[in-house]
Design a protein around this ligand. Structure first.
Ligand code: ATP
Ligand code: MG
Length: 418
């Protein structure tokens, strides 16, 4: 029998990678909190109809990527493929709208999609995302985009481009949808199979096709920007103008339609040129129809989600983060000394020192070797003679200097931390 391995498309995040994750989470949560977004945590699985209704049956996510199963009570449940539907369900169910005004929420966590695993694409992956509910203002669109770019630039990421489009309102989309079908139908025999399938179900998605021949055909397709009503156009121009005022550069991309059905008006993606094929690190847009579609009052809303694995890939290329070295490596030998060392180590930790206690019980020489390799700046040494005299040796691992200290006064006698 072989050993049991992770499920295809899932990965362990090991201690040597975790510093990047913690750095990302800390940076993002600080920026979100400055903009007054509050964290929300919703369950990892939900009733399947939430996603069918929320994301739309004609989308790739619902059509072929969902992890759905029937539980022992014969309910159809689904591991969440994205965060927005759950957050909107929570918003309605917990009457967060009753708190009045605008809700600014963020989340992070694991998402699940049955996809072909490759670099930057997994079956269990992680997103950090935000939702701003209750505003149809152009400023809301620009605020959420500004928070996203703030996070990415604070992380130190470069070579990013903001792609911007408007998918209009339901009416605009309906007229555009027909225009697109009319344009594409004569080329039906030359489209890839997926796109032919989408022609009737979800033609806007054809613009997103990665198939070169299909892409050639869609180059001259009508642009959705030519099908916007006056008010949709005004909203979009407002967004563009304010982004410029904030000094946030963007590229218009009329082919950007995004995968999910619930988007209206502003749609955007942030793309990295350092990632190869899976280049989108952040995707978002306005979804004014979703709350009512899920049974709530009509509520304007906008949000985005970032793929954390892709951000980690970029961070790893960018910089080596601080390692996890202890401040102090603690060696001890002899039964009394070893037990005493445990007590002292605990006291040091309570006083904010990061202490690695050598538990090997091996001779001092071997313990000193490990101490040198640990990356610590100091080493504490406790043996039988120190126990007898109530002292402890402190060795500075950078200068090699060693001094004898009183155990009781140890905390006060340690040099200050840099
Ligand atoms: P893609 O076109 O790459 O499949 P998407 O449009 O399906 O993306 P969204 O639903 O908008 O993606 O999710 C937002 C972000 O989450 C993406 O931009 C990406 O960074 C990340 N993401 C989506 N699916 C995966 C996955 N299977 N593995 C890793 N990250 C993912
Ligand atoms: Mg996808």
């Amino acid at each position: 029998m072989g050993t049991i391995q992770t499920i295809k498309g899932t990965k362990d995040i090991l201690p040597q990678q975790i510093t990047y994750w913690q750095y990302l989470e800390k940076t993002a949560s600080e920026i979100l909190s400055k903009a007054c977004y509050q964290e929300i945590r919703t369950p990892i699985f939900e009733q399947t109809p939430l996603f069918e209704r929320g994301i739309g049956e004609a989308t790739d996510v619902v059509g072929k990527e969902m992890y759905s199963f029937v539980d022992q009570g014969e309910h159809s449940l689904t591991l969440r493929p994205e965060g927005t539907a759950g957050v909107v369900r929570a918003y309605i169910q917990n009457k967060l709208f009753a708190l009045g005004g605008i809700q600014r929420l963020w989340y992070s966590g694991a998402m699940f999609r049955y996809e072909r695993p490759q670099a930057g694409r997994q079956r269990q992956f992680h997103q950090i995302g935000l939702e701003l509910l209750g505003s149809d203002s152009v400023r809301a669109d620009v605020e959420v985009i500004a928070v996203a770019t703030d996070i990415l630039t604070t992380l130190g990421l470069k070579n990013l481009s903001l792609q911007l489009n408007s998918v209009g309102d339901q009416n605009d989309r309906e007229t555009y949808r027909q225009a697109l079908i009319d344009y594409l139908t004569p080329y039906k025999d030359d489209l890839d199979a997926d796109s032919v399938d989408r022609l009737s179900r979800n033609p806007l998605r054809i613009l997103d096709s990665k198939n070169p021949k299909t892409q050639e055909i869609t180059v001259n397709a009508p642009s959705i920007l030519d099908y916007l009503s006056n008010s949709s156009r005004q909203h979009f121009e407002g967004v563009c103008g304010l982004l410029t005022d904030l000094g946030i550069g963007y590229q218009l991309n009329p082919r950007l339609v995004r995968g999910l059905d619930y988007y209206t008006h502003t749609a955007f993606e942030i793309i990295s040129s350092d990632l190869g094929a899976q280049a989108t690190v952040c995707g978002g847009g306005r979804y004014d129809g979703l709350v009512s579609q899920l049974g709530g009052e009509k509520t304007s809303a906008i949000g985005w989600a970032m793929g954390m694995e892709r951000l980690i890939l970029l961070l790893e290329k960018l910089q080596a983060l601080d390692d996890n070295s202890p401040d102090i490596y603690f060696v001890s030998r002899g039964e009394k000394a070893e037990n005493q060392a445990l007590i002292i180590a605990q006291k040091l930790r309570q006083n904010d020192w990061k202490v690695e206690l050598d538990l090997s019980g091996s001779n001092f020489k071997k313990q000193f070797k490990r101490s040198d390799r640990s990356g610590a700046k100091m080493c504490l040494i406790l043996g039988d003679s120190e126990v007898e005299t109530n002292t402890i040796q402190l060795k500075d691992l950078i200068t090699g200097e060693q001094q004898t200290l009183n155990q009781e006064k140890l905390v006060e006698s340690l040099p200050s931390k840099k």
